[in-house]
Write a protein that binds this ligand. Structure first.
Ligand code: PMP
Length: 285
């Protein structure tokens, strides 16, 4: 069965899932998206993802042509049409087809599409041995530019940081904000553990309010792990006992080296493992 893409209310074959070259999503990165996951046929935290999609759209003055519930239903319908149980789901809303100028008012109809795909994970050994990362010189977007809380279609900033990571022979890069504090990685939020406490940059540091991040904070809270959402410097990362990244696709990935500094023992730490195990239970349990 050829994979089907949900496009503006219809399930169409992948080859027929097309949008115009005049779509402002393509011309200007004018649009928003979500990355969602399903486990055993259940979509994880669907309402939260749909809400964030609508919040992102609101931030760029884009009206999604469906009610939130209908978007959620379309996600489930796409999954079922493709007979997928464990999937990565991409929901995209673009400004739609318009003229070559910037004016979004010239784009009368947004395009909404939903793609389901296999999950592309980091290699398994990275979850066991941990990942080495670098700090990128490319800064995270200023909160008064496109606020990083918006999951916009313009990821060029993060792509530039990702190129730096790849050039350095690593898979991820830490991005700092305009004040020099740690923000997040190119596609994941960042946590450290020091003296048994869990630290992560606050939303005001200019980060995406990750749904996996929220989940980890909830797990920590219930597990009586002290949480501090505060500004972190690179030095805070270097002297951490543990470090890990979180994201829908990656889940919880231990980090064992940053900028050639060994983090903690150089192996995934006990708090990271404990949080990852509970996250695993919540998603698969
Ligand atoms: N930060 C950025 C920049 C992201 O793109 C993502 C999503 N891939 C995350 C953090 C993690 O967010 P979530 O846990 O909601 O997937």
């Amino acid at each position: 069965m050829a994979p089907k893409v949900w496009l503006n209310g219809e399930l169409v074959e992948r080859e027929r899932a097309l949008v115009s070259v005049f779509d402002h999503g393509l011309l200007y990165g004018d649009g928003v998206f979500e990355g969602i996951r399903s486990y055993g046929g259940r979509v994880f935290r669907l309402e939260k993802h749909v809400r964030r999609l609508f919040d992102s759209a609101n931030g760029i003055r884009l009206t999604i042509p469906l009610a939130p519930q209908a978007v959620g239903e379309a996600v489930v319908a796409t999954l079922q049409a493709n007979g997928m149980k464990d999937a990565y789901i991409r929901v995209v809303v673009t400004r739609g087809e318009g003229t070559l100028g910037l004016d979004p008012n010239r784009c009368p109809k947004p395009n909404l599409f939903i793609i389901t795909d296999r999950i592309e994970l980091y290699p398994r050994e990275l979850y066991e041995n941990g990942l080495e990362i670098i700090t990128a010189s490319t800064m995270r977007n200023h909160p008064n530019a496109v606020n990083p809380r918006l999951k916009s279609l313009n990821y060029l900033n993060n792509i530039l940081a990702k190129i730096e990571a790849i050039d350095a022979g690593t898979l991820e890069a830490v991005m700092l904000n305009h004040l020099g504090y740690v923000a997040e990685c190119t596609g994941d939020n960042l946590f450290i553990v020091r003296d048994g406490r869990l630290f992560t940059p606050p939303i005001a540091a200019g980060i995406l309010e990750g749904i996996t991040r929220d989940e980890i904070l909830d797990i920590a809270r219930r597990g009586n792990i002290e949480i501090r959402e505060e500004n972190l410097t690179r030095q805070d990362l270097y002297v951490a006992d543990e470090c890990f990244l979180t994201g829908t696709a990656a889940e919880v990935v231990p980090v064992v080296g940053i900028d050639k500094r060994t983090i903690g023992s150089g192996k995934p730490g006990p708090v990271t493992k404990r949080l990852a195990e509970e996250f695993h239970r919540r998603t698969r349990g």
